[in-house]
Design a protein around this ligand. Sequence first.
Ligand code: HEC
Length: 186
Amino acid sequence: MCCLFAVLIHGYLKEKVIEDTHERARIVLGLMEAVGAYAADTLRPRMMNVVRELSGEDEFIAEAMSTTRIRHGIMRFVGKKHSEFVYRRVADAPRNSANLADPFQRARLAEFRADPERVEWHGVHERDGSRYFSILRPIAVHDECLKCHGSPEEAPVGRPGWPCPPAAASPSAATVGAGPRNGWCR
Ligand code: HEC
């Protein structure tokens, strides 16, 4: 009886931790989506205009124009205080090799591609010996994306450090994952 109670309590607490973690991860993801929207709708067009006026060409400055670079940059600062959160935009043929999807993310990418109706995966999974709660969402690709994710020849002129893989690289259905590492199962 006592054991049954303990098991029930354990089950309840585990559910509660997962629920809380899900909610926190959802908030982080929502904030990152907002950062990306601001960068794409407001910052990037303004910067592109300024740079075009100054240099006469479409120069690309990743730190100020890549919504991925901006999001990852902000998350690095968030991570200094809240290292339990990890946020990544990944692809299996990325512009920047640092954004290469890992095997777990690649498997989810394949599922998203196989089922276009699927808009999210979330749950607990193992990674590097720890357990994570992750939310992964597919990122839709439009024609405008292929300006930089299609052939390198069509991409805007880049500064040194512009990650230009030799082959055409489309993000197809990239994913984001966010999730506090949680210790409840250890
Ligand atoms: C003006 C150029 C440009 C455009 C347009 C652009 N991207 Fe990117 N994107 C980049 C660069 C540069 C990176 C690598 C950033 C870094 O260094 O982490 C990147 C990275 C990414 C990544 C992470 C994986 C990778 O390839 O490194 C995803 C996912 C992504 N972009 C999706 C998109 C989508 C979806 C669109 C269209 C809505 C888009 N991008 C439009 C330049 C662009």
